[in-house]
Design a protein around this ligand. Sequence first.
Ligand code: SF4
Ligand SMILES: [Zn+2]
Length: 148
Amino acid sequence: MHSADICQKTAAAALPLAVTLSGDPIPPVVAGLPKNTQSLCPECLAVISAREYEKDGKVFMTKTCAEHGTFNDIVSSDVRIFQEIERWHFRDGQGFSEPQVSGAPHCPSSCGICNQHVTHTAVANVDLTRQVQSELHHLLCRFKHYTV
Ligand code: SF4
Ligand SMILES: [Zn+2]
């Protein structure tokens, strides 16, 4: 067995239950092409059915809004990279036990962060205001004073 397969199986075995920490079901991640999924109409932002498929070595999405017509987008310019990324997908996290928005019926109905959300923080940006910087400066000065 390839070491990458072992790593993938080990990660899969350690996966949590398929519900968010606030109790909502986590839909399974569907891999492979072609596949049906959901997307947004870029005009009215309605949730509409979409289909992803391979063509000419690329991955495309096609979707039709009853009001605004059909849209075709390139999802990935290289189907091999797309499939490799899917192979390394270990499913998502379990979201939040106390999301900002509760009772959201589906994604993306109530962004910000809702009970349906499953991914966790990968990179956190913390904006420091001038007041926080000032507080940190005072703390560091006091720390320096006590440790010298
Ligand atoms: S927070 Fe936004 S992106 Fe996340 S599940 Fe809710 S609606 Fe979707
Ligand atoms: Zn539309």
